[in-house]
Design a protein around this ligand. Structure first.
Ligand SMILES: [Zn+2]
Length: 369
């Protein structure tokens, strides 16, 4: 039997010190992730039934993901769905990517976060746009190596937001790349590709951002952010389903350069080790109480533990958002604020880094195909 939650509750009540032991965090997270995923999956299933979405069966797989958790002493295991819309699996995948790439990421000289965007598109064109984006990216990295002898290392993830007002989609890449030079070349080649195809007026340099990443911690933080879900659960269900349909069978996170050589294999069974736990139990997720519950009606974690975890998470978020920490990378907030507003000609000013301005203009005026 798992009795740490009641132990913790006692500690909380008597000491008044609201603290969640690190080792318990994973159980709290699994509980919260399961609840969020389930809530979103219900919406996707309802929508899919109405429109006969080809993903209906796949959404049901997510419904069962982590539905039952087997505890054998300190080991907690469950079967996972590995789907891109599953919050639990997305978090597990990010952790696996970080573990796999950590030693290589630490060698990045001047890590940068590059956001590569293009003009918004209607839903019917999203699938084609996805493929064009992948092609443009591959072509850019290939040409940078060929023309400049520079091999880029990093990871890119594809993300898409939806504008309810205009019924348009905004697909973009978040790229972690190892050098400033690589980041700027990537932006130039990316812009050239689109300018030569859709016209310069549709591609604004302001929409393509390059941000510093401070230190290894910052890098891992950004890395976490860039490997998250392709579309946020807050987006409209219709848009979510359409985005997933358009990227069916496609990998959302793709590494390049040296990172590509690391093979990350996603396991079907997730095992979490939680030091200090004991007992053999089967924990079933009960959605009406949003808890994993055993045969005796006990919950795996307590509401207090959930509350402490969420409060701590919120506090960390607020600390990061403090305006005096200008160099502290907080990509999500900055990116969301950044929308393509002005249309500039190719190679025009707007690049923040003076050192490389000339280089960018030069590459910027060289169309490639
Ligand atoms: Zn899953």
């Amino acid at each position: 039997m798992c009795n740490s939650s009641s132990f913790l509750l006692d500690t909380l009540e008597t000491s008044g010190y609201h603290y969640l032991p690190k080792q318990r965090e994973v159980l709290v997270k699994r509980t919260l992730q399961k609840a969020t995923t389930l809530e979103n999956t219900f919406k996707l299933i309802d929508h899919s039934r109405k429109i006969n979405s080809p993903l209906l069966k796949a959404y049901w797989t997510t419904y069962y993901c982590g539905g039952a958790m087997l505890q054998e002493g300190e080991k907690f295991s469950f079967r996972r769905c590995k789907k891109k819309w599953c919050r639990t699996c997305s978090h597990i995948r990010t952790a696996e990517l970080i573990n796999g790439y950590k030693h290589l990421l630490e060698d990045f000289k001047e890590p940068k976060l590059v956001v590569l965007t293009m003009k918004n598109c209607p839903g019917r064109e999203l699938k084609a746009y996805y493929q064009k984006m992948v092609d443009a990216f591959k072509l850019a990295t290939r040409n940078i190596t060929k023309t400049h002898g520079l091999k880029l290392n990093g990871i890119r993830t594809w993300e898409c937001t939806y504008n309810k007002e205009t019924d348009e989609y905004h697909p973009h890449f978040n790229v972690v790349v190892d050098t400033q030079e690589g980041a700027e070349l990537l932006r130039s080649y990316w812009m050239n590709y689109w300018q030569s195809r859709v016209g310069a007026k549709h591609i604004s340099i302001n929409a393509q951002s390059i941000q510093d990443i401070q230190g290894t911690d910052g890098l891992l933080e950004v890395f976490k952010y860039t490997t998250k879900l392709a579309v946020k659960h807050e987006e409209e269900t219709k848009a979510q389903d359409w985005i997933y349909q358009c990227t069916k069978g496609r990998r959302i996170a793709q590494s390049f350069g040296t990172l590509r050589k690391v093979k990350i294999k996603e396991k079907s069974i997730q095992v979490d080790e939680v030091k200090g736990e004991q007992g053999n139990e089967i924990w079933i997720f009960e959605n009406d109480v949003k808890h994993y519950v055993n045969a005796h009606g006990e919950t795996l974690v307590s509401d207090d533990e959930k509350a402490v975890y969420l409060r701590e998470k919120q506090r960390t978020k607020e600390l990061k958002n403090q305006p005096n920490e200008r160099n502290n990378v907080h990509p999500q907030r900055r990116i969301e604020r950044r929308t393509p507003s002005t249309n500039r000609s190719p190679g025009s000013s707007g690049i923040q880094t003076n050192k490389r301005e000339g280089a960018t203009s030069k590459h910027g005026s060289k169309p490639f195909s």
